[in-house]
Design a protein around this ligand. Structure first.
Ligand code: MCA
Ligand code: AMP
Length: 500
């Protein structure tokens, strides 16, 4: 079985129903039926095949949210071409690593985004692809695929500063879709407002895949824009929306009467990618009349746990495992801890990825062989710290590594520190996350520098080298970094920011 088998319930069986609505540059909406998605992606698949793409080849997507992303994605699903989504906010340095590592045949992109590509990249311009595909045969072109074939390689920020590609198979994606559709009762009658970027698992693996599997109607926005989001809710009257905590914080700014009207047609708000503060959950419930359903996932595993659809959605908890997901919470000696004790969360299930792309060293660190029964899949160490209550609800309690999550985007301090240390006059650097009401956390850098001028240059340097969300909000010059006797930086002893 492959993903297409799930999508055929929509692409073939509901071919005359509107699948997608997307605003164009002027704000006017165009609609696409499932039947049109089928023929457009068939043509695109023929174009990819004519350009020599074989099953198992990689194709990188540096594309904004839009119909073109969907057509190309479906074409790849049909051919067994592995999609490598790339964050459109990334700069050349960040993209170069992904392209080096995944070695895609080409990068599908737009003229504007192509300016961020490293020189020598093979860029396929999407509009030109469209023109070339339009004259090709619209009948279906597929290749027989096994469920274990990779569908996606998703790059996750690496603890070492070098991001790793998580290989997600068709089976992983199908397991995730079936869990979400069942647990959140998503049907063809839903109307899904898609506001998340499609280059991450949240928008793609949860949003696009459940939409295609259920045949509901999706309005796809280029991005979440707090200034206009209330209008989209009003016009489209969605029933379903997925978001990160920052989006829910921004939605609290919607005037009370509009919020009530939005709440009246909505069926389910889901939140994930970062912790949803309990006070935001409460304020949202008071304003919109809905208790947000918080869930927990990772690029490597898609969704692991979630609060129940029918049942208590507990503030501060990520709920219970999705069907087929087994969890363990273990101490440093790898023994299960009793309920109510914090340990590292391990998961196993049909959703858990196959491994990191060409990184057996990272696999060896991430997976622990199962000892409970011969032949059982290994446990994946999430790196997240968690605690299980006596009734099974799990709450996350931080991370083993010092990940910063800002607006739902992950930032590994080490990557920024490496950039800072390459700058002239910077001798030492430490980056930490500071609390921010709106974005959850913001990165702040502490540096030991030769002079003030070196520090003053850092903001512009970081802006040219790093995605905007990774650029430290402040660069604080210190005499020395606090270190242990063994030389390890003690980030918790850095002076608080803003400095007095
Ligand atoms: C943010 N910016 C963007 C986008 N998002 N630019 C273009 N396209 C985007 N999609 C830039 C803005 O240009 C601006 O840059 C800065 O980010 C802040 O934008 P602002 O309008 O002030 O936004 P905000 O109100 O703070 O909201 C930001 C946001 C964004 C819309 C919530 O952070 C976002 O889309 N987050 C979603 C991330 C996500 O999908 N995470 C899932 C990964 P400048 O500062 O230069 O002006 S985790 C995952 O997938 C796992 C599996 C899971 O569990 O879900
Ligand atoms: P990524 O690998 O980029 O997909 O990010 C996954 C990480 O996001 C997880 O390991 C968690 O640390 C974090 N995360 C996802 N959902 C939640 C949530 N509901 N609460 C807290 N952290 C979350």
């Amino acid at each position: 079985m492959q993903l297409l088998d799930l999508f055929d319930h929509s692409l073939l069986a509901r071919h005359d129903r509107v699948a997608l609505e997307v605003p164009d540059d002027t704000g006017a909406l165009s609609t696409v039926t499932f039947g049109e998605l089928e023929t457009r992606s068939n043509r695109m698949a023929r174009l990819l095949a004519a350009r020599g793409m074989r099953t198992g080849d990689r194709l990188a997507f540096l594309l904004p949210n839009g119909a073109a992303f969907i057509d190309c994605f479906l074409a790849c699903v049909k051919l067994g071409v592995i999609v490598v989504p790339v964050n459109v906010l990334y700069r050349e340095r960040e993209i170069a690593h992904i392209l080096d590592d995944a070695s895609p045949v080409a990068v599908v992109t737009t003229p504007t985004l192509a300016t961020s590509l490293p020189s020598g990249s093979v860029a396929w311009e999407i509009e030109a692809m469209w023109r070339d595909a339009a004259v090709l045969d619209a009948t279906r072109m597929t290749r027989a695929l096994d469920g274990e074939c990779p569908a996606l390689i998703v790059y996750t920020s690496g603890t070492t500063g070098r991001s790793k590609g998580a290989v997600l198979t068709h089976n992983n994606c199908m397991a995730n879709v079936l869990s979400l559709v069942t647990c959140w009762q998503i049907t063809s009658a839903d109307r899904y407002l898609a506001v998340l970027p499609l280059f991450h698992v949240h928008g793609l693996g949860n949003g696009v895949l459940t939409w295609l599997a259920t045949g509901c109607r999706m309005r796809l926005l280029e991005r979440f824009d707090a200034a206009h989001i209330a209008e989209d809710f009003r016009d489209f009257a969605p029933k379903l929306c997925f978001g990160v905590p920052t989006m829910y914080v921004r939605l609290l700014e919607v005037p009370e009467t509009n919020a009530r009207a939005i709440g009246a047609h909505m069926r389910l708000f889901v939140c994930g990618s970062a912790a949803l503060p309990a006070h935001v959950l409460a304020a949202f419930s008071a304003r919109f009349g809905h208790t947000i359903l918080e869930r927990y996932g990772m690029s490597e595993t898609l969704m692991n746990l979630g609060n129940p659809y029918a049942g208590e959605r507990r503030p501060g908890s990520v709920g219970l495992p999705f069907p087929g997901v087994a969890i363990r919470i273990v101490d440093g000696a790898r023994h299960d801890v009793p309920d109510g004790t914090i340990g590292e969360l391990w998961v196993r299930g049909p959703n858990v990825f196959r491994g990191y792309w060409r990184r057996p060293d990272a696999d060896a660190e991430a997976f622990v062989a199962a000892t409970d029964a011969p032949g059982r899949a290994a446990w994946f160490r999430t790196g997240d710290l968690a605690e299980r209550a006596g009734d099974g609800y799990v709450s996350l309690r931080g991370r083993r590594t010092d990940l910063i999550i800002s607006g739902g985007f992950n930032i590994y301090p080490r990557e920024i520190e490496e950039v800072l240390l390459e700058r002239p006059g910077i001798r030492e650097a430490a980056v930490v996350g500071v609390a921010d009401e709106r974005r959850g956390e913001l990165p702040v850098a502490y540096v030991v520098a030769d002079d003030d001028a070196s520090v003053a240059a850092l903001d512009a340097d970081c802006r040219s080298l790093l995605a905007s969300f990774k650029v430290p909000r402040a660069f604080v010059r210190v005499e020395a970094l606090p270190r242990t006797a063994l030389g390890k930086v003690q980030k918790h002893l850095l002076p608080p920011w803003p400095c007095p």
